[in-house]
Design a protein around this ligand. Structure first.
Ligand SMILES: *Cc1c(COP(=O)(O)O)cnc(C)c1O
Length: 400
């Protein structure tokens, strides 16, 4: 076992992470850092978090042996960690609950969040209702036009959705607007970030909340499969479901960690979201990490069939895991992900999220190269109900 203790006091994962924000945000982040440092070591806070995960989310989520698919592929045994069975259908709720509990203990009465595909907005609206907090979600108007159903969900849950009309009217503009609103309302407002990105302490805090995924696997795999996996695979958008399952396994040197980035139309097409494979170190959204940018340093527009992977940056801890070689990052394109999506439906009776389908596709590629007594554990980060429209469209069908 190797020891691993990142980030440092200032939020650095090696040369990545840190805190690159305007003067006006420094004190808000300092307040959050101090509060979280207290709650992080507070048994009372941890007990409440665990209780909410058990009774509101339905944790622990099971691990599942994909027997038929493993047999058909003729190699390693594939297991799924079933985050798709969580309340609201994905891993994002783990983090939303954690941050809402921090907000409540800090005496904040209002949650704000930004959302691109809408999934983090729905998770935030859900916990706001659960804890009786006011909630506003910022969304680029271009994204909003594509996500009517998630907007309706957020409204049903009592949240206000504000459409942002600046810039490209997508996720990054929604993020800037949420930051601006936070700065001017810091006294009563808590900003919930949905992935392991943003300025310190967000990448650490979100990781800590999502690490429950891997912690459960550490006890479930020996019980159910007889031992720990040889390979753990997860899709990487901002990187929260991946770090959640990777982090507890980092000290286990014999367990390979594989992050799957969206290769969209192909890594050489210029239409992908593979920040770790094709990006360069730079600063995005308050931290230093790998960023997809052009020669002039302008952030590039990304593409993936899966909205949740469509992000030009990546959490700084992944940048560090990549550079140190502890994890490796590989591409899966739209077509490969869609094939894995359909196969998972037919063979296992599970409709996976398109994000998770990227991780499944890598498992399908790897399994036949491994022995029948070896084990691949895939983080099935979410269910695919939200993706019906996209999948039907990709198959040239009408839906809804
Ligand atoms: C949002 C989302 C992702 C991508 O976000 P990460 O922070 O990289 O985990 C992956 N899977 C599902 C189901 C999602 O909703």
């Amino acid at each position: 076992m190797v020891s691993y203790d990142f980030p440092d006091e200032a939020g650095h994962f090696g040369p990545y992470g840190g805190l690159f924000v305007s003067e006006t945000l420094i004190s808000a982040l300092a307040e959050l850092r101090e509060a979280y440092e207290r709650f992080r070591n507070d048994p009372d806070f941890q007990a409440e978090f665990r209780d909410e995960l058990a009774h509101f989310v339905g944790r622990p989520s099971p691990v599942y042996h994909a027997r038929r698919w493993s047999q058909l592929l003729g190699g390693a045994q594939i297991y799924f960690k079933r985050e798709d069975l969580n309340h609201t259908g994905a891993h994002k709720i783990n983090n939303a609950i954690g941050q809402a509990l921090v907000a409540r203990r800090m005496g904040k009465t209002r949650l704000i969040a930004e959302t691109g595909a809408g999934q983090h907005g729905v998770a935030t609206a859900t916990v706001a209702a659960r804890y009786g907090l006011d909630c506003t979600v910022y969304m680029g108007s271009v994204d909003a036009a594509r996500q009517r159903q998630n907007i309706y969900r957020m409204n049903l849950l009592g949240a206000k959705v504000v459409e942002v009309e600046s810039g490209s009217k997508t996720l990054k503009d929604a993020l800037n607007e949420a930051m601006r609103v936070w700065v001017t309302n810091v006294d009563d407002t808590f900003y919930i970030i949905g992935t392991v990105a943003g300025p310190h302490p967000y990448p650490m805090m979100v990781r800590d909340f999502q690490a429950v995924i891997g912690q459960e696997c550490l006890t479930q795999m020996p019980e159910y499969a007889g031992r720990q996996p040889d390979v753990v695979i997860a899709a990487v958008g901002g990187g929260s479901n991946a770090i959640g399952i990777f982090h507890p396994y980092i000290p286990y040197e014999n367990v390979q960690l594989v992050g799957v980035e969206a290769a969209g139309h192909g890594l050489d097409s210029g239409r992908h979201a593979a920040s770790l494979q094709r990006g360069v170190p730079g600063v995005l959204h308050g931290n230093r990490t790998y960023v997809l940018q052009d020669a002039d340093g302008q952030v590039i527009e990304t593409h993936s069939v899966s909205a949740g992977l469509d992000y030009p940056g990546v959490g700084p801890e992944h940048a560090w895991l990549k550079d140190t070689g502890r994890a490796r990052y590989v591409p899966i394109d739209d077509e490969q992900a869609l094939k894995a999506f359909h196969d998972c439906c037919h063979i296992e009776g599970i409709i996976p999220a398109l994000e998770s389908s990227h991780a499944l596709a890598e498992a399908v590629r790897l399994a036949p190269t491994m022995g029948k007594d070896q084990i691949i554990l895939v983080n099935l980060s979410g269910r695919g109900d939200k993706d019906m429209h996209t999948v039907a469209q990709q198959s040239g069908q009408q839906w809804g």
